[in-house]
Design a protein around this ligand. Structure first.
Ligand code: PLP
Length: 390
């Protein structure tokens, strides 16, 4: 099947919820991908910040093969070694004490909200404008973008929104019924929006002072994306609860929530559950992802190639007036334009580069953490060429 055959069947059989790029991808290797017409692409998208190790990573292939031969799924009615070992590893590399496994970012956030309500006995969650926390009814309600939730009313109650980056607004919004504050470290879908330097530290202090839980959504920022293993390290903060997914499984669907202190033991028997969550295949893959990030120095690569890319983007920003901002950390970068970014995504794809357009006028660069300076050079030449034509 070629691109057109696949796209035609999609339009016939699949619910048309996605604004897709008009190509069907068939295979990949590292930071390269190929479509069904045989075109090659360099990947600056990584399946929405998921494929940290790129495509067809030998260690991921080996892990999946080996684990599939042993055990794929048994449910949480039984214990598995993979599940406890991954939990031990997650606790070792973070400030948290316990984990609950989910299958996606939205489920991780659902779990975190349930945990906060159970622990505090209170209902209200304070989230921020322009945020993204998932598409289930609760997480889309937590999400601070009306376009995602307007058609689905009535929405669950208990959510308040305040501007992102304004800690005073959080302090003012907290009431006697507030269970938790839920924020992204850096807003991803919202356009790689980096908060003011002290914002998260201030939010942490406010939460402590007012006895409210601090939930950090690291679904997109986690696992090396920002150059640190987790973005909370970037800001020197200690949230009570953290949610993870995306890069954890490098494409195998696995997510989770982590908690510390008394919150970590707030769920009792029967309080929460998942059929697939933490199955041995997902846990085995996640362990391989974490080990590979360490063994292959991918945090260092995220920092150095990220800085290299950011410097090049800044240079383009100085050269072209239509670039109004360059921002981000590690390999989580963006340029903001004075016009719609979708056209840039299309033109760059035609030149052989996959880049994401988000928040209307933002180009988001979130390549696999294995990306090289050579890949960056090629992309920058193409982007420079495109910018010089407008
Ligand atoms: C992608 C994302 C989610 C939702 O994750 P899904 O796996 O799509 O449910 C939640 N929070 C953030 C910050 C995300 O980027």
């Amino acid at each position: 099947m070629n691109n057109k055959d696949i796209i035609d069947l999609d339009s016939k059989y699949i619910m048309q919820t996605y604004g897709r790029q008009p190509i069907a991808l068939t295979h990949g290797e590292g930071a390269l991908l190929w479509d069904a017409d045989g075109n090659e692409y360099i990947d600056f998208f990584a399946g929405i910040a998921v494929n940290a190790l790129g495509q067809s990573h030998p260690k991921i292939i080996e892990t999946i093969k080996k684990q599939a031969e042993k055990l794929i799924h048994v449910s949480n009615v039984y214990y598995t070694e993979e599940q406890v070992k991954l939990a031990e590893k997650l606790v070792e590399i973070t400030i948290f004490e316990r984990v609950f496994y989910a299958n996606s970012g939205a489920e991780a956030n659902e779990g975190a909200i349930k945990l906060a309500r159970k622990y505090t006995g209170k209902g209200e969650i304070i989230a921020t404008n322009n945020s993204f926390h998932g598409r289930t009814l609760v997480t889309v309600t937590a999400t601070g973008q009306d376009k995602y939730k307007e058609p689905f009313k009535p929405l669950p109650s208990g959510f308040k929104h305040v501007p992102f980056g304004d800690s005073e607004a959080i302090a003012n919004a907290i009431s006697d019924d507030t269970a938790a504050v839920l924020v992204e470290a850096i807003q991803g879908e919202g356009g790689v929006v980096v908060p003011p330097e002290n914002y998260l530290k201030e939010v942490e202090a406010i939460c402590r002072e007012k006895n409210v839980l601090f939930i950090l959504d690291e679904v997109q920022t986690g696992f090396g994306r920002t150059g640190e293993m987790f973005a909370y390290e970037l800001y020197g903060i200690k949230p009570d609860v953290m949610t993870i997914a995306k890069a954890l499984g490098n494409g195998y669907p696995i997510g989770g929530l982590l908690a510390r202190g008394d919150v970590a033991t707030a769920f009792d028997y029967g309080d929460h559950g998942s059929t697939f969550g933490g199955n041995p295949l997902g846990c085995a893959v996640a362990m391989t992802v974490i080990d590979a990030i360490k063994d292959e120095n991918l945090l260092e690569n995220s920092k150095t190639v990220g800085k290299y890319l950011k410097d090049k983007l800044i240079q383009l920003g100085e050269k072209y007036d239509c670039i109004t901002d360059v921002r981000g950390y590690g390999l989580f970068l963006a340029i903001e334009l004075d016009r719609e970014s979708a056209e840039f995504t299309n033109k760059m794809r035609e030149k052989g580069f996959l880049i994401n357009s988000t928040a209307g006028n933002v180009l988001r660069f979130a390549p696999p953490l294995i990306i090289t300076k050579n890949h960056v050079d090629k992309m920058i030449v193409a982007l420079d060429g495109l910018l010089s034509e407008i």
